[in-house]
Design a protein around this ligand. Structure first.
Ligand code: SF4
Length: 766
């Protein structure tokens, strides 16, 4: 039995893994390779034994037929992937990286990480980029997750920790305002806090263009036009001020900058807010009255508020509301961000972000560079400066950067304006992807490196509360795969680096502790043993005898003068507004059974995979003649998607919704960036929706039945993967899903039906 945590979202629910009995039907009774890996509940404070269906089925990728177990190299003659040894693969990568850098300079190599990587991997990936590759071009997909909230919290509170209090504190607040969060579907065990809050007389407010499963557990639901949450916040502040509900004493003693914010909010009277947001003046007054009369108020934002070209300003707008009410720093009150990815928090603290060094140090701070250089044993001058943000980095591919190393990310599905990004990936001289399966991005790679997954390796994660937890290794990995840490070490030595790249996670964590010491995210006092003994440790924790910091801001904020900052922000609206050609708002989001790009969850047999759909209101459906379950076509200025209509009265009539776990949704989304966080505007763009008639040809040739454009894995490449995954399981391609010259496309129904399989082989106790 191994106590560990779920591999998916930022709640990082505790669970126990048990290597179970042998499978009688397998004919391998008694063999360790035939043992089941079972998920058992564990009484961990964050989830109290509860898991969502993704957690319960988390072992579904173990022993999967699609699991990669040998490196793959693209054969230049045939253009197809073939199996290779680790030495050959790493030699090829190092040689080609060196050649490209000699010809074009260090920044010709870019590195792209992920918010699912452990702290140890994120830390050493940053070191690999800056020390072994000496490139400034490193960023990660967490930039597309909570970076707007991070930017806002840094500006207003002086520090970015998703929740500055344990999640359970929200049960004790009087009014909880959720702005753009559907936690009942994205992290269901957290929804019990809403129920308990309401049982004790508290009030839950949900602000979302869709009446979601979370809204069903709320007392007040407001459905603004997508992209207008900031106008709503300004209207709330206007009414609070007019009602004399601003906590003047708190504002005077604990904050700065309110005068300018007050002036801006004065121009947002309720009827103006109603015209912009679609939320009636009466609803707005009721919300303001509720907040004005509450003893404690907690505001939480999530992707719905943050993934906008005005995401940072929107979060600042709601932070201004919380500060005006005097809430941050008060018990059971304040502001927080519900981080999304499993290690979205830790992933951005320790060096994957283009502008940061470990410990949440800024890369242009001379003292920070000196500290980290000392830990790394290099000259501070040798550490490159600030690089490009995630989307800008991808935009530079093929021109500014000619090689890309990808760890823990499936860019082809998750990037905005994905057709453009796919073209940039295809323009590279060298694409290297480390993954556990042949994701859509790996299928385009020149070199694919098969790496260990959750349960096969140990490492720390930092959950949405800033609680550092430990995922423990429960089983030995399959033959042929290596950990990301092994890959870094192998590449670094081939590149001639003499710096240390530990392959043992605990050793890597010891170095991370030194590198973070004295930084904003200080992990110096956290050890694996403490994490085990204390159900996780909250950062900052500067010494082993320090208790950690579950709650922040009681006495002081993390700014130089200890005061929070009101930041004057003004509503400008979405970068792309509806017009005659694209008359509706498109918003994107998640469904309960899938996680992020779906590279993992789409392959878990016990999770429903119905593919993408287009959610629309009955009035809109009637106008275009759409019928439930029948295909409609969504078109934006960037691409088209054909998917079944799902007609519901829970969405605004002027808005459609598409989930993004499959290839398609992000071919529609807008790559307009927030000026501060560089967050793309995933959450709103202008779209046209119509019947799927033969005259409507997808703008980029894509539909849910046709799959990827670009360089897809061919039939023989899939056969390689099939042989690698299981010598006895040769992949056959259903004729119905074959196209001339290619195999079944990733994510297509035939592909999933054929290749989703089992989680019960290859489980060997560690
Ligand atoms: S809520 Fe998140 S961490 Fe918990 S079981 Fe579900 S996916 Fe895993």
């Amino acid at each position: 039995m191994t106590d560990t945590h779920c591999p998916y979202c930022s709640l990082q629910c505790g669970m126990t893994l048990r290597v179970g009995s042998s499978l009688a039907s397998s004919g391998q009774a008694g063999s360790s390779r035939s043992r089941r890996l079972e998920v058992r509940e564990r009484d961990f404070p964050v989830n109290e034994g509860a898991l969502c269906r993704k957690g319960w089925t988390a072992t579904g990728l173990r022993g999967h037929r699609e699991r990669l177990t040998t490196p793959l190299l693209r054969d230049r003659a045939t253009g197809e992937l073939r199996a290779a040894s680790w030495d050959e693969a790493l030699d090829v990568v190092a040689t080609r990286l060196r050649t490209l850098q000699e010809a074009h300079g260090p920044d010709t190599v870019a590195v792209f990480g992920g918010g699912g990587l452990t702290n140890e991997k994120a830390y050493l990936l940053g070191k690999l980029a800056r020390v072994a590759l000496r490139t400034s071009r490193i960023d990660y997909n967490g930039r597309w997750c909570m970076s707007s909230a991070a930017s806002a919290a840094n500006q207003a509170l002086g520090i970015d920790r998703g929740l500055p209090f344990p999640l359970a504190d929200i049960e004790r607040t009087d009014v909880l305002v959720l702005v753009g969060s559907n936690l009942a579907e994205t992290m269901p065990p957290a929804a019990r806090h809403l129920d308990r809050l309401r049982e004790r007389g508290g009030h839950v407010v949900v602000i979302d263009p869709r009446r979601t499963a979370t809204a069903a557990r709320a007392d007040t639901v407001l459905q603004p036009v997508p992209g207008t949450d900031l106008a709503l916040a300004l209207g709330v502040l206007h009414l609070l001020d007019a009602a004399g509900a601003v906590d003047e004493e708190y504002v005077a003693s604990r904050t700065t900058g309110f005068a300018a914010v007050r002036r801006t909010a004065a121009a947002w009277w309720p009827e103006r807010v109603e015209r912009v947001t679609g939320v009636s003046a009466g609803e707005l007054r009721a919300l303001a009255g509720l907040l004005a009369g509450a003893g404690t108020v907690t505001v939480l934002t999530a992707r719905g508020a943050e993934q906008h070209s005005q995401g940072t300003a929107t979060v600042l707008g709601w932070l201004n509301v919380a500060l005006a009410l005097g809430m941050p720093g008060k018990a059971h009150a304040g502001y927080g961000c519900l981080t999304g990815q499993g290690n979205g928090q830790g992933g951005r603290e320790h060096g994957q972000k283009s502008d940061q060094l470990p410990g949440y140090r800024m890369i242009d701070d001379p003292a920070a560079r000196e500290h980290v250089a000392r830990v790394w044993g290099v000259d501070p001058e040798s550490i490159p400066g600030k690089g490009l943000s995630a989307y800008e980095l991808l935009e530079s591919l093929g021109t500014g950067s000619r090689a890309l190393l990808v760890f823990g990310s499936n860019i082809v599905v998750s990037a905005p304006n994905a057709t453009r990004v796919t073209e940039r990936l295809a323009a590279l001289d060298l694409l290297v992807v480390a993954d556990i399966v042949l994701s859509e991005t790996a299928a385009m790679a020149d070199v694919v490196l098969p790496v260990t997954q959750w349960a096969e390796e140990s490492g720390t994660m930092t959950n949405l509360e800033g609680r550092v937890i430990l995922r423990e290794r429960a089983v030995t990995p399959p033959d042929g795969v290596r950990s990301d840490l092994d890959v870094y070490a192998g590449l670094a030595s081939r590149l001639g680096s003499t710096a240390a790249f530990p392959t043992d996670p605990e050793e890597a964590f010891a170095e991370l502790r030194l590198a973070s010491a004295g930084g904003r995210a200080d992990y110096a006092g956290i050890t694996y043993d403490r994490i085990r003994a204390e159900d996780g440790v909250f950062w900052p924790c500067p010494a082993e005898d320090h208790p950690g910091t579950p709650r922040m801001f009681a006495d002081s904020f993390a700014t130089p003068d200890g005061r929070a900052r009101f930041v004057d922000v003004e509503h400008a609206g979405a970068a792309e507004q509806p017009d005659a050609d694209y008359p509706v708002h498109l918003t994107t989001g998640r469904v309960l059974a899938q996680y992020q790009s779906g590279a993992q969850t789409r392959r878990v047999r016990d999770l429903p995979d119905d593919g993408p759909f287009v959610e629309l209101h009955p009035m809109l459906a009637a106008r275009i003649g759409a019928r439930d379950g029948e295909p409609v076509m969504v078109t934006t200025r960037r691409g088209s998607l054909r998917a079944p209509a799902r007609i519901v009265d829970t969405i605004r009539p002027d808005t459609i919704f598409v989930p993004f776990h499959w290839v398609g949704a992000n071919r529609l989304t807008n790559d307009a960036l927030d000026p501060s966080s560089r967050m793309p505007e995933f959450k709103v763009c202008a779209a046209e929706v119509g019947l799927d008639t033969p005259s409507l040809v997808p703008r980029d040739g894509y539909s849910t039945n046709e799959g990827l454009v670009g360089r897809v894995a061919s039939a023989s490449e899939r056969a390689v993967v099939g042989r690698v995954a299981s010598a006895s399981e040769r992949i056959e391609i259903p004729a119905a899903h074959q196209r001339p010259g290619s195999g079944p496309t990733l994510g297509s129904p035939g592909f999933e039906a054929r290749f989703s399989h089992t989680s019960t082989t290859g489980e060997t106790p560690a």
